[in-house]
Design a protein around this ligand. Structure first.
Ligand code: UFG
Length: 321
């Protein structure tokens, strides 16, 4: 297949692009490098620097058999401070990208959605029938795109799949997380272990969880990438399907930090602060539908393995260069 990967210079997108190439597909990456890195784009992919808003011009004349759309603004706190950025980049940007894809007859799109569409869940594990009540503009923007894709698929012109990620960790093929600023727990803890950051802060120890810290469901970036491949192969014009992607196991912030200490052998400098705005207490996925309908079988479910893979890349400084 000839596949367009938007956001293919980012953490998850570069792994998706790498796996597509490994399987013999032809890949074009569209990324504006606002948060991604040109050196993360795998060799063998065609790299087009540009925004999804300008896809019609940037990709003029190119034909694709499918698209994986990951380019987005994805910081919850920033979305609260600047909701219009999220509407412009995530909703308007996707609308314009979709118009470009439809005009050139692309039959399938896989979209990077999020657990944030569910907001504060009533029950866990969360399946795809749970109510969607995002509690921040980031989640709202992703839900708006899920709805946009459902409407477009209903016209029969395209097949769409929304993949709702829970917490992604790990590294693959030398590609790890490199966000600036970094907000995610695992890379922050690893930076503290490496000494490139002075300790870290636990946001809240008064949640209704066994140790008082938030519980999350961590999924390896390589397992996540496999789900994209399965979703792309299964997308059929006229259908929009939604899949939650996680391992169905919850780890508290304290448990993650203990795992980081075991993997790195470093005792972390940890201080406790108040809750971070917009953090639900517990987010754990039911990915039963993805297992059933996509035949998705995550192979790297160990939290320690995810942390060890991320640690290996961070420590070697071996982000692909
Ligand atoms: N945390 C800390 N200290 C830190 C960083 C994080 O205690 O320095 C805590 C957070 O408060 C949270 C947990 O670690 O309880 C996980 O936080 P992350 O920022 O790593 O991940 P989130 O669960 O906030 O974010 C993920 C995705 C987002 C998505 C969100 C939905 O990365 O894209 O889930 O809630 F929007």
């Amino acid at each position: 297949m000839r596949v367009l990967v938007t956001g293919g210079a980012g953490y998850i997108g570069s792994v998706v692009a790498t796996r597509l190439l490994e399987l013999g597909h032809t890949v074009t990456v569209l990324d504006d490098l606002s948060t991604g890195h040109a050196d993360a784009v795998p060799p063998g992919a065609t790299f087009v620097e540009g925004r999804v808003h300008d896809a019609a011009v940037a990709l003029a004349g190119e034909r694709f058999d499918g698209a994986v759309h990951l380019a987005a603004s994805s910081l919850v706190a920033e979305s609260i401070a600047n909701p219009e950025k999220y509407r412009l980049n995530n909703v308007v940007g996707t609308r314009l990208l979709l118009d470009t894809l439809l005009a050139s007859g692309v039959p399938a799109i896989v979209f990077s959605s999020t657990a944030a569409v569910y907001g504060e869940p009533e029950t866990v594990p969360i399946d795809e029938d749970a109510p969607t009540r995002p509690v921040n503009p980031y989640g709202e923007s992703k839900l708006a795109v899920d709805e946009m894709l459902a409407a477009e698929a209903a016209t029969g012109r395209i097949g769409a799949v929304s993949l709702r990620y829970f917490n992604v960790a790990g590294a693959y093929a030398g590609r790890g997380e490199r966000h600036d600023p970094e907000t995610h727990l695992v890379p922050i803890a690893l930076q503290a272990a490496l000494g490139t950051r002075a300790g870290l802060v636990v946001y809240g120890e008064d949640y209704p969880t066994p140790d008082g810290t938030c519980v999350r469901d961590y999924i390896h970036v390589a397992d996540l990438a496999e789900a994209h491949l399965g979703a792309l192969a299964s997308a059929r014009p006229g259908t929009h399907r939604v899949f939650n992607l996680g391992n169905g196991a919850g780890f508290s912030v304290r448990e993650v930090l203990a795992a980081v200490e075991r993997v790195t052998g470093v005792t972390l400098e940890v201080t406790v602060a108040g809750r971070r705005a917009g953090d639900p207490a517990v987010l754990v996925a039911s990915a039963a539908r993805a297992r059933r309908e996509l035949g998705w079988t995550p192979a790297r479910t160990s939290l320690e393995q995810m942390i060890a893979d991320a640690w290996g890349v961070l420590r070697s400084g071996s982000d692909p260069r």
